[in-house]
Design a binder for this molecule. Structure first.
Ligand code: SF4
Length: 442
């Protein structure tokens, strides 16, 4: 890595799955306000539904998600409460048009086939679901069964994301998640046999004990299974925020320079294997919707990461789930007990959020464009004079070759793609250079 880039690689930056980022949400958004936002959505509004299943059978040491260990009977009760939350939200909505459904977590495949069907039928009762509805689910390969795969196929699931991370035994041991390649291979076979062939893999670089050779081997083995998409995320080591990460020996983490090298290696190997780069950290086959959206510059970014659809509202269900409406963000209560108590009292379980100002919406659009297209022409947003703060910061990035400037536009060269979050941050009016709320930019 060019030494003058090292200080940039060590900076922290938000992931920009929202703007402002979730650490700026506060209690000014409550159940009453969210109820008003839901009622204001028109009958013809298109919806994207996200169901957060916060349970896991084991807690992996590296995980930054809001998750809880399963205990006997918990999940059946959880499903009942989630159905009650769907009742509360759907009663406030006039639209029934669903573009997309996504099950995330946690581990959605902790739900038994019967529990999944119960929730699915409940969604089908309230909303207009059709074969055109994009329907995705995140699965832990360790718990994929023939019966679950058949259940998902029968419910019209169109895309499955598998959490792979790394396929080397010593790295898997260092992150507290052991899943040999043969297990992943068998899970893929089970899914394909059930007709679920639109597969997406999540890989991670920057893990403890992980070398560039380990990452290259993981990418090669993963690509042999022919997923249509691969995401390669940088591991975010934030033990002050996620206590379970204290189980990871920080001395075994790759340094900034090695992380940068690994991110570049992933890009090189995956593009050589025929995948197209999408946004910051995704790769997709050229006929895949994300790659098509990236070429058409219609890619979007929300709490699910990069998406090809552009629904009018993203509605989240379950503890800690975040909803994104045209006027702002609302986040559910993160703990299961308090979330359940609110729902059982017929109150929308909102803990906090953010109401967007006109300036927030303008900056959110600019940041989303940078994160998705890796370039932007600011003319439609009033040119540089509307962003004097960003202009100063971007000039420094341009001097170091991270961006190229042409009149009212900026471009991130392909070799600087890994620095996109830092470029986006120059337009972030909430960013604080001393903040420790985020992970490293690379
Ligand atoms: S990585 Fe997945 S399975 Fe592991 S704790 Fe996090 S959500 Fe659960």
């Amino acid at each position: 890595m060019d030494p003058h880039l090292l200080p940039y690689a060590e900076r922290q930056a938000p992931r920009y799955t929202s703007y402002p980022s979730a650490n700026h949400f506060d209690s000014s958004v409550d159940a009453t306000m969210y109820d008003g936002w839901l009622r204001a959505l028109g009958e013809s509004s298109t919806l994207s539904l996200y169901l957060h299943i916060p349970y896991c059978r084991q807690l992996c040491w590296y995980c930054g998600c809001n998750t809880f260990l399963t205990r006997g009977g918990d999940i059946a009760d959880f499903v009942t409460t989630l159905m009650m939350e769907i009742d509360l939200v759907a009663s406030a909505l006039s639209s029934r048009n669903v573009d997309e459904i996504h099950w995330g977590g946690g581990t959605p495949n902790v739900l038994s086939p019967a529990e999944f069907r119960r929730l699915w039928h409940h969604l089908d009762f309230w909303f207009d679901l059709s074969p055109q509805t994009q329907h995705g689910i995140e699965l832990d390969p360790r718990y994929v069964t023939v019966e679950l795969a058949t259940t998902y196929a029968d419910a019209g699931v169109t895309r499955v994301s598998l959490g792979i991370q790394d396929l080397n035994p010593h790295v898997q041991e260092a992150i507290g998640r052991v899943q040999p390649f043969e297990l992943v291979h068998d899970a893929v076979q089970i899914l394909r046999n059930a007709g679920l062939s639109d597969l997406s893999f999540d890989l991670v670089y920057g893990l403890p004990e992980q070398t560039s050779d380990d990452l290259a081997r993981t990418i090669k083995l993963a690509a042999d299974l022919e997923p249509r998409r691969i995401a390669v995320f940088g591991y975010a080591h934030v033990p002050w925020f996620k206590r379970r990460q204290r189980l990871i020996n920080a001395d075994t983490l790759p340094g900034s320079s090695e992380r940068h090298e690994q991110a570049e290696l992933a890009q090189r190997l995956l593009t050589d294997l025929g995948y197209e780069s999408v946004g910051l950290d995704h790769y997709a086959r050229s006929d895949e919707p994300l790659a098509i959206a990236a070429r058409a510059k219609s890619l979007r970014r929300n709490f699910q990461g990069y998406v090809a659809s552009a629904s009018d509202a993203l509605i989240g269900f379950g503890p800690s789930a975040i909803s994104q409406l045209p006027v702002g963000y609302a986040q559910n209560i993160p703990t299961i007990g308090a979330w359940r108590q609110a729902v059982e009292s017929d109150v929308l379980p909102i803990a906090r959020g953010h109401m967007q100002t006109a300036e927030d919406l303008r900056r959110a659009a600019v940041i989303q464009t940078i994160m998705c297209d890796l370039e932007i022409d600011l003319a439609p947003w009033g040119g540089w004079e509307k962003f004097p703060d960003a202009q100063v910061l971007v000039a420094q990035l341009a001097a170091d070759g991270i961006v190229e400037l042409h009149d009212s536009s900026l471009t991130i060269p392909p070799s600087m793609r890994q620095f996109s979050r830092l470029v986006a941050m120059t337009f972030d009016a909430y960013a604080s250079p001393s903040s420790t709320a985020h992970s490293r930019a690379i």
